[in-house]
Write a protein that binds this ligand. Structure first.
Ligand code: SF4
Ligand code: SF4
Ligand code: SF4
Length: 585
């Protein structure tokens, strides 16, 4: 690797050629603050917080370190009085038109702007007081709220929506002092073809965009003695919930999560992983049916509601490729209010079905039509991993010191196949474990691991020979990657049998509802890979690792559904999709 020699604050530093000053400084143990910069997503050098002095032989001058490349012999100064004063003034200017309600702000304590103001000793002195904007709050979308009074125009959200997701329903409207981030033609976000993925929220440094919350309604239901309030938790939640409580990224906290939910007051603490195993039973059967009966191929997974909404808006002509299986969250709710309600003698109307998800699109999904197996909605409320972390704090639960507790039975039992649903390639691998087992005569020796579909790459392909048949699969995560696969399918150029698509890059571990990670960490850590490790670790240590081995799922079929894809299974576990237009809900 070719390197370049520079000095930073008088210290000799060698860094790879092509590095920016920011990257070279990080390598030397110096974190230069940023607000707009997001590696490979938003490299616009606009916020000016990362300014440093750089001398290339013509005297020191201020440059934006996030985009300025190092050159041989360059002298960099990251903390001169001039640099520190410049950053302080920039923060004062931002605060001069900022709704500074830190005490109640959803991001307080985890806000990148607030931290910088603290680090630089900038408070509400309003040195540049004058005219201020009063932007209208946009709460038209099902999943999130935009409060531009707390926006710093860093444009990270625009880049995530446009580049990572290939959607582009938000942008900077107006110019200069009255610039605001919003949707085209004055539309509310809910009127656009936003897919509710929440990737914009995940990268926002402030409290300007945040998920809509039903936590107060959930707590009211828990306090109501006539209600049975039951919670399920998605696989990826356990891989990230520890982060706000100081656990290193990638630490699995399943046992503490179950213990915390019990202490909040949920009557039953169940696991969405149970329904992930059911999903595999249904999806693998549907796939084999399509293969043997000449059905539409490739079949595409249907677990990710952001992906489903994307397909409905942007590829409505391709919906017959999508599996008819409800998502695991919705399957769980359907089973809860039919099978489990019958077993317990509960009236489905008295059950309040709650989920904890790494996903903001779930807030849209619970309101979809055709998701009411028992005549009442399968799900009543859903909260994100972030909302659960805040609720745990609000309820005074000492998360770090909780004992590890198990889920309740029977909808707490799951296999290793289910827990890897949270990482890109996980649904594919889980489905292959069961489909190959079926195709090879239900042999105990059928393969367990399909490592070709693991990893954080945006698109992965693999071909397997199974029982004399060639099975070509593809896995895509992040919707700009989904577009590449879908364009191939639409053009008739794809020879895949089965495709997995997840809306969020890296899958649910990096979902729009997961704890936000500051840019100082995000720019130098692969969040997707770190969190996925926790899930593969669970998988490796599970006594059963194939969905068809789940004893409670076998019992569910024996007692209630009969066979996968049976008439009753279709009524409770499957759904239909709608054709949507762009810029129309
Ligand atoms: S966005 Fe940050 S600085 Fe602004 S009110 Fe919220 S916590 Fe405070
Ligand atoms: S939720 Fe997703 S689609 Fe909607 S604005 Fe944010 S990034 Fe774009
Ligand atoms: S909403 Fe957040 S990410 Fe988007 S421009 Fe404003 S501060 Fe930046």
């Amino acid at each position: 690797m070719e390197t370049i020699n520079i000095t930073i604050n008088g210290m000799a530093v060698e860094a790879p050629k092509g590095s920016t000053i920011l990257q070279a400084a990080k390598g030397a143990g110096i974190d230069i603050p940023t607000l707009c910069y997001l590696k490979e997503i938003n490299e616009i050098g606009a916020c000016r917080i990362c300014m440093v002095e750089a001398d290339e032989g013509r005297g020191a001058r201020l440059v934006a370190s996030c985009v300025y490349p190092i050159t041989e012999g360059m002298k960099v100064y990251t903390n001169t009085p001039k640099v520190l004063e410049y950053r302080k003034k920039t923060l004062q200017l931002i605060l001069s038109d900022h709704d500074k309600k830190c005490l109640s702000c959803v991001r307080s304590g985890k806000c990148e702007l607030q931290k910088l103001c603290h680090d630089f000793g900038v408070d509400d002195e309003n040195k540049y007081a004058g005219v201020t904007n009063e932007f209208e709050i946009d709460d038209s979308a099902a999943h999130m709220v935009r409060d531009n009074n707390k926006c710093i125009n860093c444009r990270r959200c625009i880049a995530a929506c446009e580049k990572t997701q290939g959607i582009g329903v938000i942008g900077a409207n107006n110019r200069g002092f009255i610039t605001e981030i919003s949707s085209p033609f004055g539309m509310g976000l809910g009127e656009t073809a936003c897919v509710c993925c929440g990737q914009c929220i995940a990268v926002c440094p402030t409290g300007a965009i945040y998920e809509k919350s039903d936590v107060d309604k959930i707590m009211a239901a828990i306090a109501d003695p006539t209600k049975h309030v039951v919670v399920q938790t998605a696989p990826a939640v356990r891989a990230a919930l520890g982060e706000p409580f100081g656990f290193p990224m990638g630490t699995g906290v399943e046992g503490k999560m179950a213990a915390a939910l019990r202490r909040i007051g949920f009557e039953k603490v169940f696991d969405t992983d149970f329904a992930a195993d059911v999903t595999i039973m249904e999806e693998a059967t549907e796939l084999l049916g399509r293969v043997t009966n000449g059905g539409v191929l490739p079949m595409i997974t249907s677990c990710s509601p952001g992906w489903i909404k994307f397909c409905e808006h942007y590829y409505p002509d391709q919906l017959d490729h999508v599996s008819s299986c409800k998502s695991p969250q919705q399957m769980f709710g359907g089973i809860l209010k039919t099978y489990y309600a019958e077993k317990m003698g509960w009236d489905p109307k008295d059950i309040v079905s709650v989920s904890v998800m790494p996903c903001t699109a779930k807030k849209f999904e619970i309101g979809r039509p055709d998701q009411s197996a028992a005549g009442v909605p399968d799900l009543d409320y859903t909260m994100t991993t972030r909302e659960l972390a805040r609720l745990i704090e609000r309820c005074g639960i000492d998360f770090k010191n909780l004992p590890d507790e198990a889920f309740d039975d029977p909808m707490g039992e799951s296999t290793g196949a289910a827990v890897i649903f949270g990482a890109t390639g996980g649904v594919m691998e889980a489905a292959l474990r069961t489909a190959v087992w079926k195709l090879t005569g239900e042999s105990n020796d059928s393969p367990l691991e399909f490592k070709e579909v693991r990893g954080v790459e945006g698109i992965k392909e693999a071909t397997y020979e199974v029982a004399g048949m060639k099975v070509k699969v593809a896995v895509a995560s992040g919707l700009s990657n989904a577009r590449i696969i879908m364009d191939k399918i639409r053009a008739g150029e794809a020879d895949y049998t089965f495709v997995e698509i997840m809306a969020c890059p890296g899958g649910c571990v990096n979902g729009g509802g997961q704890p936000q990670v500051p840019a100082s960490v995000r720019n130098f850590t692969d969040i997707r890979a770190e969190r996925a490790k926790a899930l593969y670790n669970y998988d490796e240590n599970m006594p059963r690792r194939k969905s068809h081995e789940n004893e409670s799922v076998k019992k569910l079929y024996a007692e209630y559904f009969g066979e996968p894809n049976s008439h009753r299974a279709h009524e409770v576990l499957h759904t239909k999709y709608v054709q949507r237009k762009i810029h129309e809900i």
